[in-house]
Design a protein around this ligand. Structure first.
Ligand SMILES: [Fe+2]
Ligand SMILES: [Fe+2]
Length: 471
C-alpha cells in the first residue's frame, strides 16, 4: 500500500489497476490535465528542474530528488496509510468506524468541500505562472517549480476523490476544475484570494507564507474527516505543504535580512535607492496578504460549518488533542463582531463559531513568522518592527466587511480610510517599484540584490547547485 507503482501511467498507491473503470476515467482526464499544465502552468521554458517526487508515504525518506523535465513530472495519487481501526473523533458519529464510502446523506456537502479545496490548487499555479521569468536565483526558481508541480499533484488528489467516490457528478466537477481560471472574467476561481495576481517575488513569498498556510489549516480540518479517503489524502498533502510554508517563511526572512543589511550599511531607512525593499513596503505586503487570507476562513459564525462538524465532515485543527467532549453542543466561544456598530466581540455557540476557532489557530501560527522577522531586525540592531494587522483591517468577508478599520484596529470613516490606505496597503508606486527590482538572475550561484541567499540549499545541495537547466 505504501509504495506507489511508477510502472503505471498514473503513479498511485491506491491499487488503481484493480479498478479498470476508475483507471480509464482518470487516464482520460490525464491529457486534459497536461494540456492545462502546458497552457496555464509555468511560462519560462526549462530543460529540467531538480525536483522531489513522492516515492513513499511513510515517515522516513518519502521523496526522491532528481533533474526532471517538468512535463514528465510523475503526478500521482498518494494517500497516507490506512489506520487499521480508525474511529470518528467528533460530532454525532463520534466513536463509530470512519467511513470508507460516502454516506448518501452527506454526499453533496462532501463533494462541495472537495471541489472548493481542489479549486485552490491549480489556481495558485495559474497565479504564479509568470514568476519564473524574474526569479532572483536558480534556487528560488527551483522552489517555485516544486511548489507548482505539487499544487498540480494536489489537484490530482482531489480529482481522484471526485472520480472514485462521486460518480458522474464528480467527473464533471473534475472537468470544471480545469475550466475555471484564476482572475478569469467568465469563470473565475471560487475563492477571492485565488483570483489575485502574484506579480512579483515578494508577493510569492507572502502568498506561500500566508495563503498556503490557510491551505494548511483547511487541510488540517479535512484530515479529521470521518470520510477516511479524504482524511488520508489530506494527511499526505500536508506533508508536501510543509515545503511550501518553508519557501514562504525563509523567503520573507531573506528579504528582511537583506533590507536590514542595506539599512545598517548605509545608515538609512531609505533602502529603495540601494536596490532593497523598504520595511514599510514589506509591512504593506504583509497587511495585504494576511487580510485577504483571513477572508478565506469565511464568516466568524457559520451554521454550515457547525453542520459539517456535527456530521463529521470537517473537524477542528488537531481535533484529537482538544480536551473537551468533541461534540461542543453545550460550549460557547467569543467571536469578533460589530457590536452596536463598533469593533468588538460577542458570545455564540461553539459550533457556530468554528471558523473563528480555526482562524485563531492560523493567526497564532502567522505570528510566529513575524517574530522571526523581528528577530532579524533586532539582531541587525534596528529598532523597527513588523506586525500583523488587526483582524478588522481590510476585510471583505465576515463581521468587518461592512466597515473600514486601521491596521491597529480603529474604526474609520470612509474619508479616513481613503486618506490612510496608501500607507497601509501596497500602492501602484510600491508595486511598480517592487516589480522594477524583479530582474532575473538565472546564473548558478548568483542572487538578486534585494534578497539574501538562503542558509541551506535543497536536499543537502549547495546554493550554487545547478537546480534548473534553462533552454
Ligand atoms: Fe496544495
Ligand atoms: Fe501549497
Amino acid at each position: 500500500m505504501t509504495t506507489p507503482d511508477y510502472a503505471e501511467k498514473i503513479p498511485n498507491n491506491v491499487s488503481l489497476n484493480e479498478d479498470r473503470r476508475l483507471q480509464r476515467a482518470l487516464e482520460s482526464w490525464q491529457p486534459n490535465f497536461l494540456s492545462w499544465w502546458e497552457s496555464m502552468g509555468p511560462t519560462l521554458p526549462t530543460r529540467d528542474v531538480y525536483l522531489r517526487t513522492a516515492v513513499n508515504v511513510g515517515r522516513e525518506g518519502w521523496a526522491q530528488f532528481g533533474h526532471v523535465p517538468m512535463r514528465d513530472y510523475r503526478w500521482g495519487i498518494f494517500l497516507a496509510e490506512r489506520e487499521g481501526d480508525r474511529r470518528i473523533a467528533f460530532g454525532a458519529h463520534k466513536g463509530e468506524p470512519a467511513w470508507q464510502k460516502v454516506p448518501g446523506e452527506y454526499r453533496a456537502e462532501l463533494q462541495r468541500l472537495i471541489v472548493i479545496q481542489g479549486d485552490t490548487e491549480p489556481a495558485s499555479v495559474e497565479q504564479q505562472r509568470n514568476l519564473g521569468a524574474t526569479a532572483p536565483s536558480l534556487y528560488d526558481l527551483r522552489n517555485l517549480f516544486q511548489v507548482n508541480v505539487e499544487e498540480g499533484r494536489h489537484l490530482w488528489a482531489m480529482v481522484y476523490l471526485l472520480h472514485a467516490y462521486f460518480g458522474r457528478e464528480g467527473r464533471e466537477e473534475a472537468e470544471e476544475l480545469l475550466h475555471r481560471n484564476s482572475g478569469s472574467e467568465d469563470s473565475p476561481r471560487i475563492l477571492g484570494a485565488f483570483n489575485e495576481e502574484t506579480p512579483d517575488w515578494l508577493s510569492f513569498y507572502m502568498f506561500t507564507y500566508f495563503t498556503d498556510r490557510d491551505g494548511k489549516y483547511q487541510l488540517g480540518t479535512l484530515k479529521e474527516s470521518a470520510f477516511d479517503p479524504l482524511s488520508r489524502t489530506c494527511e499526505f498533502m500536508l506533508k508536501e505543504e510543509a515545503h511550501h510554508m518553508m519557501v514562504g517563511t525563509t523567503g520573507v526572512d531573506r528579504v528582511v535580512e537583506r533590507t536590514a543589511q542595506v539599512m545598517v550599511e548605509n545608515d538609512t531607512d531609505d533602502v529603495a535607492a540601494h536596490g532593497a525593499i523598504p520595511l514599510p513596503v514589506i509591512q504593506k505586503y504583509i497587511n495585504f496578504h494576511y487580510s485577504v487570507s483571513l477572508d478565506l476562513f469565511g464568516g466568524e459564525t457559520s451554521t454550515n460549518v457547525a453542520n459539517y462538524y456535527t456530521a463529521g465532515l470537517k473537524g477542528r485543527w488537531l481535533e484529537e488533542r482538544r480536551k473537551d467532549d468533541h461534540l461542543l453542543t453545550s460550549d460557547s466561544i467569543m467571536v469578533d463582531a460589530l457590536t452596536d456598530g463598533e469593533i468588538g466581540q460577542t458570545e455564540v455557540a461553539a459550533l457556530v463559531g468554528l471558523n473563528t476557532d480555526l482562524r485563531r489557530e492560523y493567526t497564532a501560527d502567522c505570528a510566529g513568522g513575524v517574530k522571526r522577522w523581528n528577530r532579524i531586525l533586532e539582531q541587525a540592531g534596528l529598532p523597527q518592527r513588523l506586525y500583523l494587522p488587526h483582524v478588522a483591517f481590510n476585510r471583505k468577508v465576515g463581521a468587518f466587511a461592512a466597515i473600514e478599520a486601521s491596521p491597529t484596529g480603529e474604526k474609520l470613516t470612509a474619508g479616513e480610510w481613503e486618506a490612510g490606505k496608501g500607507q497601509w496597503l501596497p500602492t501602484d508606486t510600491d508595486k511598480t517599484f517592487v516589480r522594477s527590482l524583479m530582474q532575473p538572475v538565472h546564473q548558478r550561484g548568483k542572487i538578486a540584490a534585494w534578497i539574501a541567499p538562503p542558509r541551506n540549499g535543497i536536499n543537502g545541495q549547495p546554493f550554487d547547485y545547478d537546480y534548473v537547466h534553462l533552454i
